[in-house]
Design a protein around this ligand. Structure first.
Ligand SMILES: *[C@@H]1O[C@H](CO)[C@@H](O)[C@H](O)[C@H]1NC(C)=O
Ligand SMILES: *[C@@H]1O[C@H](CO)[C@@H](O)[C@H](O)[C@H]1NC(C)=O
Ligand SMILES: *[C@@H]1O[C@H](CO)[C@@H](O)[C@H](O)[C@H]1NC(C)=O
Ligand SMILES: *[C@@H]1O[C@H](CO)[C@@H](O)[C@H](O)[C@H]1NC(C)=O
Ligand SMILES: *[C@@H]1O[C@H](CO)[C@@H](O)[C@H](O)[C@H]1NC(C)=O
Ligand SMILES: *[C@@H]1O[C@H](CO)[C@@H](O)[C@H](O)[C@H]1NC(C)=O
Ligand SMILES: *[C@@H]1O[C@H](CO)[C@@H](O)[C@H](O)[C@H]1NC(C)=O
Length: 404
């Protein structure tokens, strides 16, 4: 009798491990059967169910150690503030076909208010094998890899400190979220891993990304349609393709993009710094307005500043008709550093919807390669200039002038 009794007591204590100061009940996944040698999906789900039902603030805790996690879908609603604290390393299955539900992402977190994801832990997508087979960047009919971290319909929440590493495809999708902060968030994947966007934000409002580091093979942060009020501050990007708004325009159901602020960010060896891209010959007529790109450092970036309304990679579209998307109120200020290509600034807007109120101040970019003098490329843009511009904005270089 005695051992069973002791066991029950321990179980009870572990189960109701209150944090005396904050009155948070802690649900340790080990209490729910997680151990280091087996898939913890079931244990995590069981702990999560208890936590969402808790009337007082709760924390689901994955302690230090390396845990294998086949797949998890953690949904709300939650009755009280809820935290998922990951201090361990979570490993995805090496072979994506081992994930039980083919429609799901690797880890999905949905329908929560006042949620915190925290910890020193790592979400390790183990993508190396899959990258070799991924051709989604060139092939529209490619086989999609179901390996994202996906946050949908999350409000008033914070994602902090955790790392996501080597995702099989997009690292983190943020869809339908409102009032969410990413703080000290880290994304690591090699520069040559395909389609591994760091953070993809769409149909969301009031999203902040602060003090974060994103090293990946594709966009550092990409912003899709229907997104408003995104503050990206103190972020280091690179390698990767930089911060982009778009690509936009492909579908008539797309909604406006309003209020994107990128401030005090550093781009190291990225393909782009900040970029807005819209498809030509595409149906959407939305607006992109109120953007600020300020205090940015470019360290050997190929194209530091880009507005491209003729975005048409791999000839996936036709250039016959201009983009129908209107871009306005763009402030670009204090952009310094070095470029890998002579075209330091590209402002190529739509013929039918010229860019309006593009304010550029204090650009200081240098190029020391052999492909010609540093220059800028501009089309259909209503500019207002102030401060220093190096190179001069929208002035053809001397060589081009002579040949004209
Ligand atoms: C969110 O949770 C924090 C504690 O985790 C609490 O202080 C705050 O009041 C909660 N906010 C709402 C709106 O529930
Ligand atoms: C991963 O995210 C991307 C970008 O939102 C999406 O296109 C893709 O379908 C997602 N993967 C799956 C399996 O849903
Ligand atoms: C988010 O928090 C605010 C302020 O505490 C609250 O008014 C609002 O209802 C919350 N949002 C949701 C969807 O619960
Ligand atoms: C946003 O969320 C924070 C907590 O994460 C909360 O304090 C604040 O009131 C929320 N603001 C709105 C407008 O919901
Ligand atoms: C994001 O940052 C802006 C500017 O610093 C601030 O006004 C806003 O409340 C922040 N939003 C969240 C969700 O933290
Ligand atoms: C700018 O960002 C860097 C991190 O990239 C940070 O160390 C620095 O404190 C930030 N500066 C300001 C003024 O916020
Ligand atoms: C020019 O570029 C090369 C290669 O990136 C670099 O080693 C060199 O220091 C640069 N020179 C100047 C004057 O910036």
């Amino acid at each position: 009798m005695a051992p069973t009794f002791t066991c029950k007591i321990i179980f009870f204590l572990a189960f109701l491990a209150y944090n005396a100061n904050s009155h948070t009940v802690v649900y340790d996944v080990r209490t729910f059967g997680a151990n280091l040698n087996h898939d913890i999906s079931q244990a995590l789900l069981a702990a999560w169910k208890e936590a969402t039902a808790s009337p007082i603030p709760s924390r689901v805790w994955i302690p230090r150690g390396t845990w294998s996690l086949k797949q998890a879908k953690l949904v709300g609603p939650n009755k009280a503030p809820i935290e998922l604290r990951v201090d361990g390393i979570l490993k995805a299955p090496l072979d994506p076909t081992q994930m039980p539900n083919k429609q799901w992402e690797w880890v999905t977190i949905n329908y929560l208010d006042n949620f915190t994801l925290s910890g020193e832990g790592v979400f390790d997508g183990q993508g190396h094998e899959s990258w070799k087979r991924n051709d989604c960047h060139t092939n529209k009919n490619c086989v999609k890899l179901p390996m994202n971290l996906s946050f949908n319909f999350i409000t008033n929440s914070t994602i902090k400190d955790v790392t996501t590493k080597d995702s099989k495809t997009f690292h983190l999708n943020v869809i339908g979220c409102h009032n969410v902060t990413f703080l000290r968030f880290k994304v690591y994947a090699p520069g040559d891993s395909p389609n591994t966007d760091g953070l993809h934000i769409a149909r969301s409002t009031n999203i902040n990304v602060t003090d974060s580091v994103i090293k990946t093979g594709d966009d550092c942060i990409s912003i899709g349609d229907g997104t408003e009020q995104v503050h990206i501050q103190n972020v280091i990007c690179g390698p990767g393709h930089g911060i982009s708004v778009g690509s936009l325009g492909r579908s008539t159901t797309e909604m406006d993009v309003v209020g994107i602020y990128v401030k005090n960010c550093t781009f190291i060896g990225t393909q782009n710094g900040v970029r807005i891209k819209t498809w030509p010959s595409a149906p959407a007529t939305l607006q992109v307005t109120n953007l600020e790109f300020q205090d940015l450092i470019m360290d050997k970036v190929t194209y530091p500043i880009v507005i491209d309304q003729e975005y048409c990679p791999y000839n996936l579209c036709k250039l016959d008709n201009p983009s129908l998307i209107k871009i306005s109120n763009v402030k670009i200020d204090n952009i310094r550093g070095t470029t890998n290509d002579p075209v330091a600034v590209t402002l190529v807007c739509s013929k039918t919807k010229p860019c309006e109120n593009v304010q550029v101040g204090n650009i200081d970019l240098t190029y020391n390669g052999s492909l010609g003098p540093i220059t800028t490329k501009c089309n259909n843009v209503k500019l207002s200039l102030n401060g220093k511009q190096n190179p001069p904005l929208c002035v053809p270089p001397p060589a081009a002038k002579q040949s004209a």
